[in-house]
Design a protein around this ligand. Sequence first.
Ligand SMILES: Nc1ncnc2c1ncn2[C@@H]1O[C@H](COP(=O)(O)OP(=O)(O)O)[C@@H](O)[C@H]1O
Ligand SMILES: [Mg+2]
Length: 307
Amino acid sequence: MTRMQQFELPSYLEQSDAVRDRFARLRQRPVVLEVKGLNKDFETSHGPVTALRDISFVTHKREFVCVIGPSGCGKSTLIRILAGLETPTSGQLLLDGRAVHGPGPDRGMVFQSYTLFPWLTVKKNVMFGLERAGRGRLAAEEEAMQWIELVGLSKFARSYPHQLSGGMKQRVAIARALANQPRILLMDEPFGALDAQTRAKMQSYLMEIWKNIDITVLFITHDLDEAIYLADRILVLKAHPGEVQELIEVPVPQPRSPEQLLSPEFLATRKRLEELIHPPQDDAALSEDHLNMVRMVAVDDEVESVF
Ligand SMILES: Nc1ncnc2c1ncn2[C@@H]1O[C@H](COP(=O)(O)OP(=O)(O)O)[C@@H](O)[C@H]1O
Ligand SMILES: [Mg+2]
């Protein structure tokens, strides 16, 4: 084997037996969320904008699906529609086979921006939904503390949000969303505002939580590594209009660990996502610019070489 061959990546479509079996089992699980022919147009002062066009996919029970795509491809619009905060122009949305209209406790949301109530302690923030759902104070408190423990923040139950780091706030937001025992957890770039190190830690926390409880997750990100690390499948959208490009079965075995970021399966998936999200036209445009720069430099005697 030559040195070059050793570094050749497998195709992202290649799956080990274990991974193939896992996907076969996953497909047998009940469908939690079904999106059928979803379209969304916005009326703007410049005329109508098609944010989403003909989006269809299903999410199975306990599946972790990431949605990825360039800025403006409709990721937030999609998740807002799923959360019931926005109405689709056409198409259907089914949760456990029933049509969804408007928001409901069956869908838990975690946003990028911190959405905790600043005037409530961590415990009270998590208790909020439980009390609204009719739990008595003591029951709500007990349940809230279990969720707070799950995200490792028992010591901070009496703290206020402003006393917590960004990562801790998002852990409370996750606990609060999970406390309502939603059928699906909808997350819109929840770690987008965190520094790289905290973000990596949060990804591992989320993986741990997901392994330990029975929850289906739809997670939006524009970070390729984050999507591959977290997802069973990745829904890749393109922009203008937001359409499904591909639904990728991530060939990296579960359970995940950070060491896998350098595995051939991981890199092969990353290469595919790069191709889809940063298509070659961009490179062509870039090298064109580069050529122009070189030409400009060539006619300018004072600059010897900038490259
Ligand atoms: N309320 C709105 N009114 C008009 N246009 C909107 C509105 N919300 C989103 N859009 C447009 O829809 C497209 C998708 O936006 P968004 O869902 O925020 O994308 P993403 O989250 O992928 O960056 C963009 O072109 C955006 O300008
Ligand atoms: Mg967005």
